[in-house]
Design a protein around this ligand. Structure first.
Ligand SMILES: [Zn+2]
Length: 161
């Protein structure tokens, strides 16, 4: 495969225009509300679907605390975020059989972060050839599965006992 240029999350859309306050903090306060798109709640962190995904099952792992830089993460938060990342990946592996993942933080507006003061770890499943589905322009996206269905499937998988 020759030289596909992966432009990671050139513009993030994680909240809706008009929301007051931090959408992640709001979501953390109502994890049981499907509107929040939270698929898994931990003690210190949670997993939330990206409302404007760049691929099917695009999720984010966020600390519950409203912090804007990775230096402020405690070892306990980091450990839990890693566990949630592994669980989220496992759920997507089981449901959607991706060929790979992009996982990472966008730190600062210049790096593409849409919400700069509450850090979030992106988990973007990738399939061979899906670059054709990725946005060429920021507003053009084709998502093969509806967000609500993906949310429900992943939430069920992540909360199986
Ligand atoms: Zn926040």
């Amino acid at each position: 495969m020759s030289g596909n240029l992966w432009a990671p999350w050139r513009t993030e859309y994680v909240g809706r225009k008009g929301d007051k306050g931090c959408v992640f903090c709001l979501a953390a306060k109502k994890v049981d509300d499907p509107e929040s798109l939270v698929v898994k709640e931990g003690e210190r962190a949670l997993v939330i679907m990206n409302r404007f995904p760049y691929n099917t099952a695009h999720m984010m792992v966020i600390p519950k605390r409203h912090i804007g830089c990775i230096e402020e993460l405690t070892p306990e938060e980091l450990t839990e975020m890693h566990s949630l990342l592994v669980a989220a990946k496992g759920a997507v592996d089981g449901l959607y059989l991706p060929d790979g993942y992009n996982v990472g933080f966008n730190l600062g507006a210049a790096a593409g972060a849409g919400i700069v003061d509450h850090i979030h770890l992106h988990v973007v499943p990738r399939w061979q050839g899906d670059v054709n589905l990725m946005p060429v322009l920021a507003d053009v996206k084709v998502i093969p599965e509806h967000l609500e269905r993906t949310y429900a499937a992943i939430k069920e998988r992540l909360n199986e006992k």
